[in-house]
Write a protein of this length. Structure first.
Ligand code: 3UK
Length: 577
């Protein structure tokens, strides 16, 4: 069933709706589950906040814990600030900048509850990128963490947004309640403005298909694309993957690394926990060590992070006693090491890029847990193919999450059967709608969202990731998927991390080139190169072995944990060995 778009909008500023793609270029939307049947008037932030869980913990930051009641009160005060002193109209866009803190989370929810549109931005973005986003989304206001203030000063903002820029969460007090007397607020601080506002705000009476979020893709090339999402989309992602695959519960404690400005993090660390009345731990900065320690300290039950983080955490844990899921020190097989007590962890979700089977295996032997791999995309908001528990097949991402459909298309847009690599095509309750962007026509074909991934399906309907469609290496006529070679290399004991790309070659068109980060105690050498090459040949078809091997100190990655293959292919990356 396709629900016709455009219920009467509550927005007085219709900029976002006016810049939706023409309906003919929309993906087909499907609402095949009864839980996706939302009322015509819907404010997703109000829906998530007006929870029975009032007195229970909702968000834990580094400095404080907020109950559901406290979170709602903070959100309501911020919503008043937006509609009162800042004089924003419904439908206005508010650019958001901050690391993962309770106050940043409250800002996102407040913008949406006030009927405005949240435009979250990744903390590491620089002035030029922020200026492009602010201009594209024509933002009307900015809420920015004090810690990210410096870069914002250099951003070219629309004049209305420049005069409506407010800072929050100064050093060490992002925990504060508005009444907190401890730190004098500058007059422009959000906290100072909040203190003068009532703690009850009546949510804007938005339509289920009013836009509430514009999320910019972390694309590696070209101008960032703004993906537009409705109130119902936000609830739809909560009612698909978390219900049918993750199985989230009110007593869960969510934790992880993806920024709230990345929809992987927004869902996993804010929307999903709130939807079931659970608690989320928000970490401002995390390393594999500090995430492990935080899982133990907060008795976390559900973890969201990228594959490379799991690999590094597995290496830190070392051997493990699967019965108690407590780490034991790498040297002594029986002496328990209580530094990292992961006994409460029951779910570990990996997304953002392909999960190598070698990493799945390393995490299982370190923790006893079977990882939940899931492919998501900013255009579709969250995960649409995944598997958990007994449905996991090594090497496969999984099956379409109930509510979504997927198939593989050939070059002509025709479906291919099992065992043939094709272009991944997806449809479901969420889908791609770029803000005023000609690339809409590249992402949507005959109602399907084309994610840009090359996948293969088996006879049982499991989907196996191969590579990005434009990353497939073609060497002497063979198609070689970099991630398969990476998975083979990761099984070698000397390899900490690696990235495999195609490099232009006169004779073969391209050759397979491996960029390898060695484990701390390993010394690079020509013998090691030969060893790694032989090792790959012993694991997968020999023609796939890396003809060139380069050693690097670290791999270039995005803030979302994705390997930047284009940087490995760049001529300047030709150094190394
Ligand atoms: C790749 C994966 C293999 C794939 C995202 C979960 O990553 C997210 O969104 P982005 O827009 O990137 C989308 C692209 O990333 N990818 C993501 N997950 C996997 N490839 N296996 C995976 N498990 O190329 C996809 O097209 O940054 C992930 C939830 C929300 C998200 N936005």
């Amino acid at each position: 069933m396709t629900i016709p778009a455009f219920a009467p909008t509550a927005h007085t500023d219709t900029f976002a709706r006016d810049h939706l793609p023409p309906l003919a270029l929309w993906p087909e939307l499907r609402f095949d589950l009864p839980e996706l049947d939302y009322p015509a008037r819907l404010n997703c932030a109000a829906e998530l906040l007006d929870h029975a869980a009032g007195a229970r913990a909702a968000l834990r930051g580094e400095h404080a814990t907020w109950t559901y009641d406290q979170l709602r009160a903070q959100v309501d005060r911020i919503a008043h600030v937006l509609r009162g002193p800042l004089a924003l109209e419904t439908g206005n866009r508010v650019l958001l900048r901050g690391t993962n803190t309770p106050l940043m989370a409250a800002c996102v929810l407040a913008v949406i509850k006030a009927g405005c549109i949240a435009v979250p931005t990744m903390p590491l973005l620089r002035a030029r990128e922020l200026g492009a986003i602010a201009g594209k989304a024509k933002v009307d206001a900015v809420l920015c963490a004090q810690s990210l203030r410096a870069e914002l000063g250099a951003v070219e903002l629309p004049p209305a947004a420049r005069t409506r820029t407010v800072y929050f969460g100064g050093a060490g007090h992002d925990s504060l309640s508005p009444e907190s007397p401890e730190s004098p607020e500058s007059p422009e601080s959000l906290e100072a403005l909040m203190a003068a506002q009532p703690a009850q705000f009546a949510a804007a009476d938005t339509a289920l298909d009013d836009i509430c979020l514009i999320s910019f893709t972390s694309g590696t090339t070209g101008i960032p694309k703004g993906t537009m999402h409705f109130h119902r989309d936000v609830l739809a992602i909560c009612d698909c993957f978390p219900r049918s695959v993750l199985g989230s519960r009110a007593d869960d404690v969510f934790i992880g690394t993806p920024p709230l400005a990345f929809t992987f993090g927004l869902g996993g660390l804010l929307l999903f926990p709130l939807r079931v009345g659970a608690c989320a731990v928000l970490l401002e900065k995390a390393t594999p060590e500090t995430l492990l320690a935080a899982i133990a300290a907060h008795r976390a039950t559900v973890c969201f992070t990228a594959p490379t983080f799991y690999r590094q955490m597995a290496a830190l844990i070392g051997a493990c006693d699967p019965a108690s899921r407590r780490s034991v020190s790498a040297g002594g097989a029986s002496a328990p090491d209580h530094r990292y007590d992961l006994g409460t962890l029951r779910r570990s979700v990996s997304a953002g890029e392909a999960l190598p089977t070698a990493t799945r295996d390393a995490w299982r032997s370190a923790t006893g847990l079977e990882m939940i791999d899931g492919i998501g995309a900013t255009e579709l908001l969250h995960i649409f193919i995944s598997a958990a528990d007994g449905n996991v097949r090594p090497g496969a991402t999984g099956k379409p999450v109930p509510g979504y459909q997927a198939c593989l298309l050939d070059h002509d847009g025709l479906p291919v059967g099992p065992g043939v690599i094709g272009r991944l095509a997806v449809k479901g309750p969420t889908g791609c709608r770029y803000l005023d962007d000609p690339r809409q026509a590249d992402y949507v074909l005959n109602g399907w969202n084309l994610t840009g991934d090359a996948y293969e399906m088996d006879a049982d309907g499991y989907f196996y990731y191969r590579s990005r469609t434009d990353d497939m290496i073609i060497s002497a006529g063979y198609n070689i998927a970099g991630p398969e070679v990476e998975d083979a290399l990761l099984r070698h004991p000397a390899v900490a991390e690696c990235g495999v790309v195609g490099r232009a070659d006169e004779q073969r068109g391209q050759i397979v080139e491996a960029h390898v980060v060695l484990k701390a105690d390993v010394v690079p050498s020509a013998e090691l190169v030969a060893q790694l090459q032989d090792f790959v040949k012993s694991q997968i078809a020999p023609y796939k072995y890396p003809r060139a091997v380069r050693f690097l100190a670290s791999l270039p990655r995005t803030e979302t944990g994705k390997l930047q293959r284009f940087r490995l292919r760049a001529p300047s990356a030709e150094g190394g060995q």
